[in-house]
Design a protein around this ligand. Structure first.
Ligand code: COA
Length: 161
């Protein structure tokens, strides 16, 4: 049986912190699906399709990574696709409370015994968030060391539109 894991998020845009989690999680499972959670109430810098295209490009060196999207509950998507693990990244202590709450809620919603797996973020990425990247880039700061090169290029193009 294929051991499949899911890493979900907004990825608007993907950062070096996300990519580090993706590279490590991909080594732990037969396949890793990186899925964009579609939130109709939230307009991002990038459309969902643009985010997926950027994710595909920056993960193309990892053969067992697939990129997808889903709407609604992450747990429904997990249950429908038979993921055995739900990966989350833990950056700092203030992430913990929210992650614990989500893991405990999902534990009730997962029907097939899926486990939430928390991976500690590499300390050099622990302060990064997609919102901070967007704020700094939109005000003219460089984010080149904080996001994959292709994402940096796409951010520059998007902000100059
Ligand atoms: N490195 C760098 N940044 C990271 C990171 C890492 N390792 N891990 C998280 N972040 C950033 C994200 O970019 C995000 O930044 P932003 O808020 O500025 O966009 C922030 O930290 C929070 O990350 P996360 O908690 O993963 O939020 P998200 O919006 O990316 O994804 C979902 C959250 C989509 C997984 C969650 O809302 C969800 O499951 N939605 C579906 C609905 C649902 O099932 N709800 C019930 C949940 S129990």
């Amino acid at each position: 049986m294929e051991r499949k894991a899911l890493y979900a998020g907004s990825f608007d845009p993907v950062t070096n912190g996300h990519l580090n989690i993706i590279e490590r999680a991909a080594k732990m499972f037969d396949s890793l699906t990186v899925a964009i959670a579609v939130n109709p109430n939230k307009t991002g810098l990038f459309s969902v399709d643009e985010r997926a295209e950027i994710l595909r490009e920056v993960t193309k060196h990892i053969p067992n990574v697939k990129v997808d999207k889903f709407s609604g509950l992450a747990a429904d998507y997990v249950n429908e696709n038979g993921f055995i693990a739900y990966i989350r990244g833990l950056r700092a202590v203030n992430d913990f409370e929210n992650e614990l709450q989500m893991a405990q809620m999902n534990d009730i919603l997962f029907t097939g015994g899926t486990q939430t797996v928390l991976l500690m973020t590499d300390p050099k990425n622990s302060f990064i968030s997609s919102s901070l990247i967007k704020e700094v880039a939109s005000l003219g700061g460089s984010v080149d060391d904080l996001v994959p090169p292709y994402a940096a290029k796409r951010i520059k193009e998007k902000l100059s539109e």
